[in-house]
Design a protein. Structure first.
Ligand SMILES: Nc1nc2c(ncn2[C@@H]2O[C@H](COP(=O)(O)OP(=O)(O)O[C@H]3O[C@H](CO)[C@@H](O)[C@H](O)[C@@H]3O)[C@@H](O)[C@H]2O)c(=O)[nH]1
Length: 323
C-alpha cells in the first residue's frame, strides 16, 4: 500500500509518518515537501520515507506526484494553519487551503486514481458557539470567525463536492486542539512552553506574554491524533465528516498554570495586546461519538503528559541551540 502525506514536515505529518512506519510496515510512505521545507521534524526517518517535491498551488506538480506514485491513501495535512496570521494574510490563507485542496483533488482526477483521502478540516469551522450549543456535533451550524476558519469551511465543502460530483473518496475530520512535541511555537500552549523554557534558561525576562486566557479547549495529544487519522481511513465512510478531539476541558489559562507548576522557577505572565484577536473562538468542546462509534478510538495520553513532553521538547531545543 502506498501512502502519501502532504505536510509531512509539520508536527502532525511527522508523527503520522512515524506511526505508520512503526505500526504498518507494509505501507510505503511518501511525503510531499516544498523545496525550502525544513526537514528537522523528519530527520529520524529520512531514510525510511520517500520525499517528493510539490506545491499545493502548482497543479502540474501535484499531477506529476499522483501519476508517479499512484497513492492508495492520501493524508492531506499541508495548510496555512495559524489563525492569527490569517487575519493579516487572508488571501494567502484561502489560496493555500482552498485552492490548494482543490488542486490536490483535481490532480487525483487527472491521474485517474481512486485513493481514500483524509481531508483535515478543523473545529474552527464551527466558530463561536453559544453555551447551549456544546458539546459540538457535526450538525452544529458553521459560523467561521477568522479567514483561517473560512478557508477550512471552503476546504471541507470542496472536498464534499468532489465526492458528490466525481466519487472521489474524501473523508473529512474536524479536529479540535491537538498538540505535543514539535508543535509550532506560534500556538498558545507551545509559545507558553517555549517562553517558560527560555525564562528557565535565563534567555528571556519574566513574564510570559499571553493573549486571551479565557478560551475553553479540549486537548488531544498529537500521537493519539495520528492514530485516529489512520483509523479514519481504515473505517470511515467516504463523503462523511467526523469530529475528533480530547475529552478533558480546560481554559488556556489553566494550561499556563500547568506550566507554571512544572517550571523550575517562578513564572509570571502579562497580557500582550498584540496577541488578542479581532474575534476569538472561546468555547470548543466536541462531541466525538460519531467517530468513536465507527473506529473505537480513545485518547490514551493525558493532557498533563502532553504538556510535559512539549515543555521538554522546547527545553531540549534551547539546549541544542546553545551548544
Ligand atoms: N496563538 C496564541 N493564542 C493565544 C495566546 N494567548 C491566548 N491565546 C488564545 O488561545 C486560543 C488558542 O489559540 P491557538 O493556540 O492559536 O489555536 P487555535 O486558534 O485554537 O487553532 C488551533 O486549533 C485548531 C483546531 O484544531 C486548528 O485548526 C488550528 O490550525 C490551530 O492548530 C485562542 O483563543 C487564543 O486567543 C498566545 O499567546 N498565542
Amino acid at each position: 500500500m502506498r501512502v502519501l502525506i502532504t505536510g509531512i514536515t509539520g508536527m502532525v505529518g511527522s508523527h503520522l509518518a512515524e506511526y505508520i512506519l512503526e505500526n504498518h510496515p507494509e505501507a510505503e510512505v511518501y511525503g510531499m515537501v516544498r523545496w525550502r521545507s525544513p526537514l528537522d521534524n523528519i530527520q529520524g526517518i529520512l531514510e525510511k520515507v520517500t520525499l517528493v517535491n510539490g506545491d499545493l498551488r502548482d497543479l502540474n506538480s501535484l499531477i506529476k506526484i499522483m501519476t508517479d506514485i499512484k497513492p492508495d491513501r492520501i493524508f492531506h495535512l499541508a495548510a496555512q494553519s495559524y489563525v492569527t496570521v490569517s487575519f493579516d494574510q487572508p488571501a494567502d490563507t484561502l489560496e493555500t487551503n482552498v485552492i490548494g485542496t482543490t488542486n490536490l483533488m483535481d490532480a487525483v482526477r487527472w491521474a485517474k486514481i481512486d485513493p481514500r483521502i483524509h481531508i483535515c478540516s478543523s473545529s474552527e469551522v464551527y466558530g463561536q458557539v453559544k453555551e447551549d450549543e456544546v458539546p459540538i456535533t457535526e450538525h452544529n451550524p458553521l459560523r467561521p470567525a477568522s479567514p483561517y476558519a473560512v478557508s477550512k469551511v471552503g476546504e471541507d465543502m470542496i472536498s464534499l463536492q468532489y465526492f458528490l460530483s466525481y466519487g472521489i473518496k474524501t473523508i473529512r475530520t474536524r479536529m479540535f486542539t491537538h498538540t505535543g512535541p514539535r508543535r509550532g511555537d506560534v500556538f498558545a500552549e507551545s509559545t507558553f512552553a517555549k517562553q517558560v523554557a527560555e525564562i528557565e534558561a535565563g534567555l528571556k525576562p519574566n513574564p510570559v506574554k499571553v493573549g486571551n486566557l479565557d478560551s475553553v479547549r479540549t486537548i488531544a495529544d498529537v500521537r493519539d491524533a495520528v492514530r485516529a487519522y489512520w483509523l479514519l481511513l481504515e473505517h470511515g465512510e467516504p463523503g462523511e465528516v467526523y469530529n475528533i478531539g480530547g475529552e478533558e476541558t480546560m481554559t488556556v489559562g489553566d494550561i499556563l498554570d500547568i506550566y507554571k507548576d512544572m517550571a523550575t522557577c517562578e513564572i509570571k505572565h502579562e497580557v500582550d495586546p498584540a496577541r488578542l484577536r479581532p474575534s476569538d473562538v472561546t468555547l470548543q468542546i466536541p462531541d466525538i461519538s460519531k467517530f468513536q462509534e465507527v473506529t473505537g478510538w480513545k485518547a490514551k495520553i493525558p493532557p498533563r503528559k502532553t504538556f510535559e513532553d512539549l515543555l521538554n521538547y522546547h527545553r531540549h531545543l534551547i539546549k541544542k541551540q546553545s551548544v
